[in-house]
Write a protein that binds this ligand. Sequence first.
Ligand SMILES: C[C@H]1O[C@H](OP(=O)(O)OP(=O)(O)OC[C@H]2O[C@@H](n3cnc4c(=O)[nH]c(N)nc43)[C@H](O)[C@@H]2O)[C@@H](O)[C@@H](O)C1=O
Length: 336
Amino acid sequence: MKKAIITGITGQDGSYLAELLLERGYEVHGVVRRVALEYPRSRMRRILHILDRVTLHSASLESYASLFNIIADLRPDECYHLAAQSFVSYSFEDEFSTIQTNLNGTHYVLSALKRLAPQCRFYFAGSSEVFGNVPVSPQNEDTPFHPRSPYGISKMAGVELTRNYREAYGMFAVSGILFNHESPRRGAEFVTRKISIAAARISLGLEREIRLGNLDARRDWGHARDYVRAMWLMLQQDEPRDYVIATGRTRSVRDFLDAAFTRAGLDYREHLVVDETFYRPAEVHELCGDAARARDGLGWSPTVGFRELVHEMVDSDIALFSGRGGLAPGEWEVGS
Ligand SMILES: C[C@H]1O[C@H](OP(=O)(O)OP(=O)(O)OC[C@H]2O[C@@H](n3cnc4c(=O)[nH]c(N)nc43)[C@H](O)[C@@H]2O)[C@@H](O)[C@@H](O)C1=O
């Protein structure tokens, strides 16, 4: 039985990945912050249904020793490093913590694996935010990086660090450069979930308006369940390589808003307030990925289209806020 560690198991991707690994017969271990153990109903809400089948370990990305000890005890076969400060907006407010946690955390995990489990296959959650402001579209693995936020910089450095461990120490260490991927488990601070929650709550009469920033930004949105499958596939290959994971199609924030509100039986124009406080100091206007390498090398392609994704998210939030979602009010509020 293969043993896998997931950092960030309580997040959207971590929860889907844990399900996938359990289905494939892995022994699954998750690394969580102590706070998650103290507030299990909200922090653990995405993995409550599999808590009896995974083993959780308490550690912090800021503490090398805490990560070292877990890796020393487990000596895993595969390590998926997903934990990070992942909200781009927040990275402008606290650039120091974002860069420190995201970069040092990655460095600590890689360094501990090199010492204790050098055969372990390592996946780093890279991000399309590394491309930020590149003039080339679509972006692939050869596109130069031009990040536009402290978050993007931390992810760019993580991709380079992972590459360096691969080249310098011969480790099977790879990065997935994942474009935006969403689901009903997305944190409420990200624009897609903010919209699906608002569509649901307005349609149920619980709220009247939604406040958003730049509606013209365009993203390449896929479904998180498809994207964690790509993570797993990357670690099953003969050769370690980085891969772009994307759908290859972009939509604007306004398109998402329109589709979500229409699904909820609403006209978004009657509820939208454009609020400049949600604009970013440096915006990424459009990102579109070219996942040809993943298609040819991993046999990967997305299975969920844009409309299906939007409908799943809105339907799920309508169920949640009409009391059919299994969570008490307030338990959805904490982000990823
Ligand atoms: C791949 C990448 O994907 C995600 O990063 P993101 O693209 O920044 O995601 P988001 O949903 O926060 O913003 C998308 C767009 O929507 C615009 N926007 C307008 N109005 C609001 C608004 O009110 N809230 C938010 N959050 N965004 C807004 C905002 O200006 C931006 O242009 C993370 O998973 C990240 O970890 C990651 O790696």
